[in-house]
Every structure is written in structure tokens, then in C-alpha cells.
Design a protein around this ligand. Structure first.
Ligand code: UDP
Ligand code: MG
Length: 321
């Protein structure tokens, strides 16, 4: 008896791509079941992240035709990371291994075999890593590179060029379940689980249809979430800046006293003005950074649910929760 695989696919306004995605992943799963690589109880789990278009009705339709397609419907849009987590947490109840991928066919489904192969050879986590970024715009490529470098400098252990295309075993997901934080940055959290992992390279395609659901604003918010949820180094840098300025102020003090005794106290307007502006600016920036962390603590202490599921279409039964 082979192990059960679930594919978890978060979808937000994906009516343009969903049918094609369903068709292609179904073919893939079907071949793998026929070749006895995975169990015939394997399924494709779509997570509708509060879409405003026909995404959920397409999922319902797919499920009614063939229950290899299952779905969960979130009560509202909660963002990619929360939608993905919802899918993973539900799938881990039924599956032995779970692969998360995007709905837009950017992640090459032909490497799923390699993921599963690595799983059978003992890896609990298999990271899909892009071998090149040619399909990205210049802007996305450079900002992504800068982000990975920054994270590395901040001491965060992240797999380079890995997004959220990965396989995780049931026990790895049980590990992830113990991370109760509401600020989710899964690609930074997964390496913290531990266990044996491996890497599979793949070519990332262009989005099959529709537009990216990650505009610049969401990308920046996501990057900030990543930094603040995994590293306190920015606060330490602030301490460093404070300390340096303090040392400089001692020099300034000695200078001011010396100038005072020499009787040249009229001059110094420029340095005074610069100091006020610069120190004021640095202080505001530092308060902002600390505030960012306090905001995160505020959210964490409230312990609000990370997602609420309104409908489940799994195992041929409709459960309303
Ligand atoms: N997505 C989601 N909720 C959101 C935004 C995106 O579930 O609020 C899903 C989206 O449907 C897709 C995946 O997350 O399956 C990645 O989004 P997208 O392809 O738009 O991002 P990009 O590839 O441009 O970074
Ligand atoms: Mg995409």
C-alpha cells in the first residue's frame, strides 16, 4: 500500500486558471496512482481564499464530478500564507505527504515525482527551488535577490530561491502545527521544524492566465512580516546606532566645551541644525522599527484565529462548520 498524497492549492480569484490547473494536476495524480507511486486515496485540495469571482463554484463543480477534487472555503480573504496553512492543516488529517503549489501553474508539476521519490527515500521536507528567474521581471528578480541577502544577513535560515512549492510529511506538518504564531511566513518557519530535508530544482513558468495576486504593496508587507517574525536583529541594529551616536556625542561635548573656552560660541548653527534633523530622523525611524515589533506582539497576544473555514468538501461529504 502506497502513501497518500494531497496537493494543496490556495486560490484567490483564480477562475481563469482553475479548470486548466485542475485538469493538469488530475492527469498527473492519475498517472502516479496508476503507476502505483501513490495511494488511490490521494487527492487535490483547493483552498478558496475568499475569492470574489467564481472560484468556489468551480471547486464545488469539480468535486461533484469527481471526489479526487476536494475543497475548503475560507470565510473571507486571509492572504496566501493563511490560506495555505488552512489547507495544510486540514490535509494533514488525511494524508501521509502533502505538496503545496500555486494555482497559476507557475510551479512545474512534472517534478512532483521527484518530490515523492525524495519523500520515499526518507526526507520529511522537500523544497522546490527555482533554477533560474528568467520568467520574472527585472524588478522582481532584483528585489527578491536583495531580500534573500538581507534575510541571510539578519541571521534567518531560508532556502535560497524557494517559495512555497514544497512537500512536507505528516509529521513535519504536525511540527508546523505547534507554531502558533499569527504572523505567518511559512518559508522561514519550515526550516525551523527540523527533520531531514532535500532540494529539487525546477523551472518556474509564466503565470498561465490572469494577473498576479501579489501587488507591490502586498509584497512589501510580506517581506516585512518575514523580517519581523524571524529576526530581532533590526532592534539590535538600533541599539548599535544609539551606542555610536552616544560615543559621537561625547566627542561633540568635548568639542563644544573646548570651543566655549576659546570664545568662538557664535559659530555652529549649521552643525546644530544638522544634528536636530538627523537625530530627529533617526529617532523616528528607530521608533518606527520598534513599533513594528510591538504591533506584531499586539497581534500575537490577541491569538485571533489564523483562518475560519466556512465549508469543507472532503471525502465525498459536505461538512459545514
Ligand atoms: N493567493 C491566495 N490569497 C491571496 C493572494 C494569493 O490564496 O490573497 C494565491 C493565488 O491564488 C496563487 C498563490 O497564492 O495560487 C500565489 O499568488 P500569485 O500567483 O498571484 O503570486 P505570484 O506568483 O505573482 O508571486
Ligand atoms: Mg503566481
Amino acid at each position: 500500500m502506497k502513501d497518500i498524497l494531497y496537493l494543496v492549492i490556495p486560490c484567490y480569484n483564480e477562475e481563469e486558471v482553475l479548470k486548466e490547473t485542475a485538469k493538469r494536476v488530475f492527469e498527473k495524480i492519475n498517472i502516479m496512482i496508476k503507476n502505483n507511486i501513490i495511494s488511490n486515496e490521494s487527492k487535490i485540495l483547493f483552498v478558496n481564499d475568499g475569492s470574489k469571482d467564481k472560484t468556489w463554484s468551480i471547486i464545488e463543480d469539480l468535486h461533484s464530478r469527481n471526489n479526487v477534487f476536494s475543497g475548503i472555503n475560507l470565510s473571507r480573504n486571509r492572504g496566501h500564507q493563511n490560506a495555505l496553512l488552512a489547507g495544510l492543516m486540514i490535509a494533514k488529517e488525511f494524508a501521509d505527504m502533502i505538496i503545496s503549489l500555486d494555482a497559476d501553474l507557475q510551479d512545474d508539476i512534472n517534478v512532483i515525482d521527484k518530490f515523492v521519490e525524495q519523500y520515499y527515500s526518507g526526507s520529511d521536507i522537500v523544497y522546490g527551488v527555482r533554477c533560474s528567474r528568467e520568467t520574472d521581471t527585472f524588478f522582481k528578480r532584483t528585489t527578491a535577490l536583495a531580500f534573500y541577502k538581507l534575510m541571510k544577513n539578519l541571521g534567518v535560515d531560508m532556502v535560497y530561491n524557494h517559495a512555497d512549492y514544497r512537500l512536507m510529511s505528516k509529521r513535519a506538518l504536525e511540527g508546523l502545527d505547534q507554531f502558533k504564531e499569527v504572523n505567518l511566513f511559512l518559508r522561514g518557519m519550515v526550516p525551523l521544524i527540523g527533520y531531514k530535508y532535500s532540494i529539487v530544482e525546477y523551472e518556474r513558468h509564466e503565470r498561465f492566465a490572469g494577473e498576479s495576486k501579489y501587488p507591490l504593496k502586498k509584497m512589501i508587507a510580506f517581506a516585512l512580516d518575514g523580517i519581523t517574525s524571524l529576526s530581532v536583529k533590526p532592534i539590535r541594529i538600533i541599539t548599535g546606532i544609539g551606542f555610536t551616536i552616544f560615543l559621537l556625542s561625547i566627542l561633540a561635548l568635548i568639542y563644544s566645551i573646548a570651543v566655549n573656552f576659546l570664545g568662538n560660541t557664535i559659530t555652529g548653527w549649521t552643525s546644530l541644525t544638522i544634528s536636530i534633523w538627523m537625530l530627529g530622523g533617526i529617532q523616528l525611524l528607530c521608533i518606527g522599527v520598534i513599533g513594528e515589533y510591538i504591533g506584531k506582539i499586539y497581534c500575537e497576544t490577541k491569538k485571533r484565529p489564523r483562518f475560519i473555514i466556512s465549508d469543507k468538501l472532503i471525502k465525498n461529504e459536505i461538512k459545514n462548520t
